[in-house]
Design a protein around this ligand. Sequence first.
Ligand code: SF4
Ligand code: SF4
Ligand code: SF4
Length: 195
Amino acid sequence: MTETKEKKTSEIKKEADEISCPVKRAVYFVDEFLKGPMCGKCFPCEMGSYEALVRLRGIEGGSGAEDDLGALRRIAGEMLKTSRCKKGKDTANFIIEWIDTDVFAGHIQGVCADKECMALVEYVVIPDKCTNCALCHEACKDNAITGEKAATFLSEYVPFEISQERCTKCGECIKVCPEEAIELIDVMDAEGVEV
Ligand code: SF4
Ligand code: SF4
Ligand code: SF4
């Protein structure tokens, strides 16, 4: 049986740094830390990491609150003071570094500026740009897009539309639209889009 090599925190940090959104980055880092380098020898590092991950996932998932930011600062501060090794201290420092961006506060307000936290965004068709080519409809495996394909015998069309109930946010439609008529918008702004 081949042994899987455990990742170092520096490797996890390098991978996490490729993620644009600091909230998603922090979720990735702490999750990977818990799966690998976190050895469980000291309580504040172990429990702090678990609690941090729960709170970070809440923020990523759109249910974060101001309390979570305070709790994350407290957790990271305790980890920094009491962790026995560099791995725990590094994790605490990364959490502190990422929380101190405005991005966390933005997520609490319902906005992921990088449009990477899927709970906070929706795929929508911009009606004025849609030419009814139906390519998005063909690309969508979840049957989330409805509309009538352009045809010579039709003179008026209703633009294609995405059902938010069915959309799994896979992103395939946006890749095939030749008119850039599909956009990712903040859920909180979705009511302002005319369909
Ligand atoms: S601080 Fe270091 S020794 Fe303590 S639980 Fe975390 S990884 Fe293990
Ligand atoms: S691919 Fe774009 S232009 Fe074509 S129907 Fe879909 S949204 Fe409209
Ligand atoms: S994001 Fe995926 S599931 Fe949603 S409408 Fe586009 S192709 Fe369909």
